[in-house]
Design a protein around this ligand. Structure first.
Ligand code: SF4
Ligand code: SF4
Length: 206
């Protein structure tokens, strides 16, 4: 039986990760966190999080990249901004959560069986390729990739949708996908340029 170690060691740190996050506009103030815990106290979802918002701030600043990106916390954050409003050091915690989510998807380090990041990734893939999102396929892929047994358990619902003509067997799509592909390529190139300019040391922390 494989028992996971719960205490983190110095060797688990990914040097430079905290600095990379703090170099992103809006995330600079993280350095001044005093670990008062106000963010965790006001967060309506902290009772469901594996690490509290205060802990995520501390782990990020201390370079514990894998622990932060694999946590459920950043995906449970509902962007209500309560923590950001109340933080005595004006740290934009919500924006830091966004930055961490973006990095988690970019680096492929996220909880692979947790529905929220899987849903976000499938949504992006479908919109990117088809120009539209087909709800029933989005839900189907999310279940199959996170909990296929639950998908099997929903066969009655699926059958009902099919009978009523509410289940699309094909993907909805726009007509001029070639134009979409060109547009998305331009956006991707701009994003890569922005990452290269704003985060020159990003690759160093892998
Ligand atoms: S409220 Fe602000 S200063 Fe306090 S722990 Fe949270 S991020 Fe740090
Ligand atoms: S923005 Fe996210 S972390 Fe902050 S209080 Fe709201 S749910 Fe919690």
């Amino acid at each position: 039986m494989d028992l996971p170690r719960t205490i983190k060691y110095e060797a688990d740190r990914v040097a430079g990760f905290g600095k990379e996050v703090m170099s992103v506009p809006g995330c600079e103030n993280l350095q001044s966190c005093i670990q008062c815990g106000t963010c965790s106290g006001v967060c309506p979802l902290s009772i469901y999080m594996d690490y509290s918002p205060r802990q995520v701030m501390a782990l990020t600043r201390s370079d514990f990249k894998n622990e932060v990106l694999r946590s459920h916390t950043i995906w449970l954050c509902a962007s209500c901004y309560a923590c950001t409003v109340e933080c005595p050091r004006q740290i934009r915690i919500t924006d830091i959560m966004y930055e961490l989510k973006q990095r988690a998807i970019h680096d492929g380090i996220y909880p692979k069986k947790f529905p929220i990041p899987v849903l976000a990734k499938e949504f992006y893939k479908m919109a990117h390729k088809q120009g539209r999102v087909t709800d029933n396929w989005l839900a189907t892929w999310m279940f199959l990739k996170t909990n296929w047994r639950a998908a099997l358990g929903m066969w009655r619902l699926g059958l009902g949708l099919i009978k009523r003509g509410r289940f699309s067997f094909t993907y909805d799509s726009i007509r001029q996908k070639d134009q979409l592909a060109r547009m998305m390529q331009t956006v991707d190139n701009l994003s890569i340029d922005a990452l290269t300019d704003a985060k020159p040391k990003r690759k160093a922390s892998h």
